[in-house]
Design a binder for this molecule. Sequence first.
Ligand code: ADP
Ligand code: MG
Ligand code: MG
Length: 252
Amino acid sequence: MLKIENLHVRVAGKEILKGLSLDVKPGEVHAIMGPNGAGKSTLGNVLAGREGYEITAGTVDFGDKDLLQLEPEERAAEGLFLAFQYPVEIPGVNNTYFLKAALNAQRKYRGQAELDSMQFLKLVREKLRVLHISDELLHRAVNSGFSGGEKKRNEIFQMALLEPRLAILDETDSGLDIDALKMVAEGVNHMRSPDRAFIVITHYQRLLDYIVPDFVHVLAEGRIVESGDKSLAHKLEEHGYAWLDERRVPER
Ligand code: ADP
Ligand code: MG
Ligand code: MG
């Protein structure tokens, strides 16, 4: 589904990703952990197609497509979901309107009929019900004045509406409270299926108490330096990241 090979990325003239490789298959949940500043969010941003990232080597295949050749909207329409590809705040734009536009843009790209307001609201109500969230956020401007937890809730709701093939979630280092973590985890767990994959980026192990990953990777100094199952996350929680230093392979 997603195959990253030897990815090298420069940001503001500095090499941040230095030969990162990752293989994600349908149905899998991969956690990416790593010390602050390792390049976790950079990886997410590059996959989203955000500007300001210079790819100097490597390939990224998404299904049968060369992901790096696609515009951000095309990536979304191909079924890649990145919460942070959407603007942080859009004052004055109603959230419901925004979500409908995003969904219909995706449908149009795929040659599907656009949903009218009635059909969209039916879908919205269904998703709200299964995710156990209230419709309160829908009536506000996009992310305007949302708390950290509300932004996450809105991201999960966007994800549920867009039904991606691959969803990438960056917990960021801001530190969500336990209720927000549980809500994110519930959304992800609800959407887990044999034909959908997730990449969960997190600095801390605690999210992985609720989303049990199939694989855990450590991103350090721009590469995956260690991979394992969920027990690796517990090892990192206990021993930190320092023990990986002596095992680090030379750069290519
Ligand atoms: P992580 O998410 O693992 O904490 P990031 O991907 O946010 O790490 O950052 C990796 C490195 O790239 C850091 O040293 C950070 O300072 C640098 N970096 C990220 N974005 C930019 C940018 N836009 N300009 C300059 N440096 C950046
Ligand atoms: Mg950081
Ligand atoms: Mg980050």
